[in-house]
Design a protein around this ligand. Sequence first.
Ligand SMILES: [Ca+2]
Ligand SMILES: [Ca+2]
Length: 576
Amino acid sequence: MPRLPVHRLALWPSLLACGVLTGACQQTKMAQPMHAPTDATTAKLISAPPPTQAASAVTGRRAEPVPCPEANPTGNVAYYVCDCGPDSPQGCHAGSDDNAGTKPEKPFRTYERARKQFADLKPGSSIAFCRGGSFPIQPDSDQRWVNAACQAKAPCVVRDYVPAWGSAATRAPVIHAPRDSRVFSLENGGPAQHEEGYVFANLDLEGSGSGWAVFLYNDIDDVTMCNLVINDFELGVHLGGSDAVGPGSDGTSERISLRNSRITNNAGQGWLGAGSGTSIEGCYFENNGFGKAILNHNIYLSGDGARDVRVVGNELYRSAMISGKCQGTSLVVHGTLDGLRIERNLIREDMHSVEPTCWGIGVASGYDRGESFKNVTIDGNTIINVGNVSIGVNACQDCVVQNNVIVNEQGLNDAAIQAPAIDRGPGDATDEHIVVRNNSIYGDSGTGISLIKEGKRHEVVNNAIHLAGHKPSRCFMLDAAPGTYAEVDYNVCQAGERGEWAAGHAELADWTKATGFDKHSTRENPGFLSLVAPYNLACAKGSPLAGKGDPRNSPRIDQTGKARPEGAPDIGAVQQ
Ligand SMILES: [Ca+2]
Ligand SMILES: [Ca+2]
């Protein structure tokens, strides 16, 4: 039996003590704020090229950009604000808080004046910061942006405008947060009261190595954050729970959306929290979580009964970088969620820059209360050179892992796809009906797909796996009782020179004889198009993947959105 890398199980221990939904853990951290690293690498990040370049290099495509909503649905900007700082362009013309603020040529001046005006904004109207402007947060501000009159259908909008001395090309307004502060704290004081309908668009939020850029708490629904830069905080976006629940409030913040934004250099988490309708789409996350190994992440979804959560079309890079290595899962999910879609994201790390704890996607229990993840779809993601698990789940029921492209040449792959990725704790759901279908995996060691121990109705179908190199490897680890699996078939795999087909069965024929599985599978090189960066795991013409998939059990579309033919679909993530 090859000795495979052993991992985790001690990965998330101290999360058990964190009151994540209340932010208690993070608030403790704020008492001892951490500084952003000041090395040259980090400084360079801020002017890194837009994410689309790297994304297209790997996948040849990218999720369609989600357009930001019309920032001012009524065309009615009610108030203007303009302040100038050392980082403003020449010619910047500051306003005055003594102005009425209702005309672009007579704007207010300060963040604090804007914040107070926001509380009186009429539904559907806007307050706009000048492009090129630079706005410090006043030291005595309580940073709360609260207006109970705003409506989901007629939101209050905080956005940019082009001043007479600037142009549309002038950079976005920058709001500078001093240490331990928040830019937009969307929380009414006292017991939770219901508010809804805010939009924040086209703003650059710059921290000082601590604090939170946006805090959503105490029942604020229907918030859209679009085209923001969030840089150098402890937490980029913190979606928390609530205090005592007041009359008319459900105590939870629903339909919070972050789109087309750049979240960089936040020491704690890029994003923390989740609620029903949470959506993170088209965003770029880089170098978040460097304050602590294992517990910190680019995206940390923590849901307590959250439904219909989406993480779609994002790029995640350099998660929890400590000592130059990624040491924490880039996209992690804990808690209880029902209806979770993780689709078309690109998650990548650089070669020689990861520790085993640097997983790509982890939908797994992390607390000492019962957790479950139901109706989970992990579809069409591209995961390049992360740590010892690229996609790991547990406590997962009715979960589909399909059309994913996974590459790992770091020499430490435990399993590209793994369930259960960690042992269940007390009260956690058991894995049930996990479908691992049409994934394309290229690696240099370890196991391709591991689906073990427990559950029922699992399916492992149409996967294409190539494990090259000289390290021990195996295609599959499927050691639960054969009745656990509804279908294991139509897979193509080559595992090194001496690798096993499945744990305990060196040969495919031996495995099929013992289990009845993989009657239509073949042990051969899947013939991926390119195995060098930026990689292309589509299949070449004449590859054994072409037309050989299970005609009764293939996803309707492939990783690129292309329809699969009904009669003879290809094996793997990408239809020819
Ligand atoms: Ca509220
Ligand atoms: Ca609510």
